[in-house]
Design a protein around this ligand. Structure first.
Ligand code: XIL
Length: 370
């Protein structure tokens, strides 16, 4: 238990003791105002968020919220290849180091995202890969990154989003990727083995998107993901867990508890750990009244996390940002509002006020009964 956690626990106990003789004070004590990181820890989970190093420096309100609520950080961009290897042959971990520095000061863990993706690669990489098909263009970055944060990072997302239902192949694995073009599907296995060679113990995750919808195409994605995980395990590829991104869509995608629960059970049965790695809720197409929308976003968050947190294999959850002031949903062409208003898909609003979604996360954590 870190220092801040201990302090808050003692405060809670004191408050409880003080409140005991006064029955009238009791109802107020029912509200748990502890930071999410502490509530999560008590439930055997972690809670954290994706962050931007630049914003941690420039926005002190944002930084103190992140410091207070999050027990684990992940870089929204700084550990991606486009940031680290802008120039071939060089590695710049400055952005990641700045976040790690913040995390250390706040007794937070940090995870790595992501070593291999078809997006967020430096401009020079595609042409070099096509020319040479040199495997070191895949492995050098993995080795350098994993070694650099050896013994420090909580876990790594090794491969991100290898499933694509538009794939021409029966396995529904992505072909429109520089990695598939150069190496076929073997790049996935190579990446995990290389990461394990670089650090014998850091937990290695496969991270995937759109695994929760109650629609045929999401079912196809779930099947493809399970097949991929099974085949990696059958080949003794070192993999420890599945990262479920959790970019929910409150008004354009059906969610069904049983469907999601069944999927999580199948992943658990493979002996893998599970993390919700990038939770947020797209609110596009929702009602125009923000408070109605906020409540609906919160309701979905609660339904989703209640299922997620009921599984033993689930070890924690990170939101993809913490305040609506800074959310990729407000910029992404699929999720942004055409009138320019901000998306409201994160636990805090743009003025750093807690929204119902924050409460939903807290209640789902509290509700974890395993
Ligand atoms: C996004 C970031 O939020 C953006 O700032 C960046 O421009 C592109 O990537 N799934 C992922 C994340 O795995 O890395 C993506 O992050 C969001 C979708």
């Amino acid at each position: 238990m870190d220092r801040t956690d201990g302090m808050t626990d003692r405060r809670d106990i004191l408050q409880c003791l003080m409140g005991l003789p006064f029955a009238t004070l009791r109802p107020a004590l029912a509200v748990d105002w502890s930071p999410l990181r502490i509530q999560a820890k008590r439930a055997g989970l972690f809670y954290g968020t994706a962050v931007s190093g630049a914003l941690l420096k420039s926005d002190s309100e944002y930084a103190s919220l992140v410091g207070r609520e999050a027990g684990i950080l992940v870089a929204e961009g700084e550990t991606k290849r486009s940031a680290v290897q802008q120039v071939e042959g060089t590695f710049n971990f400055g952005g990641a180091d700045a976040i790690l520095d913040f995390a250390r000061k706040n007794q937070q863990m940090m995870r790595g995202h992501t070593l291999v993706w078809h997006r967020s690669n430096p401009a020079w990489l595609a042409a070099r890969l096509q020319q040479t098909k040199d495997e070191r263009l895949l492995t050098d970055f993995i080795s350098a990154s994993v070694k650099r944060f050896q013994g420090v990072f909580h876990s790594w997302d090794v491969v991100n989003e290898a499933v694509d239902i538009a794939s021409p192949n029966a396995d529904a694995l992505r072909t429109d990727s520089i990695w598939y073009a150069a190496f076929g599907n073997s790049y996935i296995e190579t990446a995990f083995r290389c990461a394990r060679d670089a650090d014998k113990t850091v937990p290695l995750y496969y991270n995937e998107a759109n695994l929760e919808g109650d629609v045929w195409w999401a079912e196809k994605r779930r099947i493809a993901t399970l097949n991929l995980l099974e085949s990696l395990i059958a080949k003794n590829v070192p993999i420890n867990g599945l990262g479920i991104q959790g970019h929910l869509k409150a008004f354009s995608l059906k969610f069904n508890e049983e469907v999601f629960s069944r999927f999580l059970d199948k992943v658990s049965a493979l002996g893998l750990k599970i993390i919700i790695t990038e939770l947020d809720v797209a609110d596009i197409h929702g009602p125009s009244d923000p408070s109605t929308r906020d409540q609906m976003v919160a309701d979905l968050t609660r339904r989703y996390l209640d299922v997620a947190f009921s599984k033993k294999a689930m070890i924690g959850c990170l939101t993809w940002g913490i305040s609506d002031k800074y959310s990729w949903l407000s910029d992404d062409k699929n999720y942004r509002w055409p009138d320019g208003q901000r998306s409201r898909g994160l636990p805090y609003d743009e003025y750093f006020r807690a929204k119902p979604m924050r409460d939903a996360i807290a209640k789902a954590i509290e509700n974890r009964a395993i």
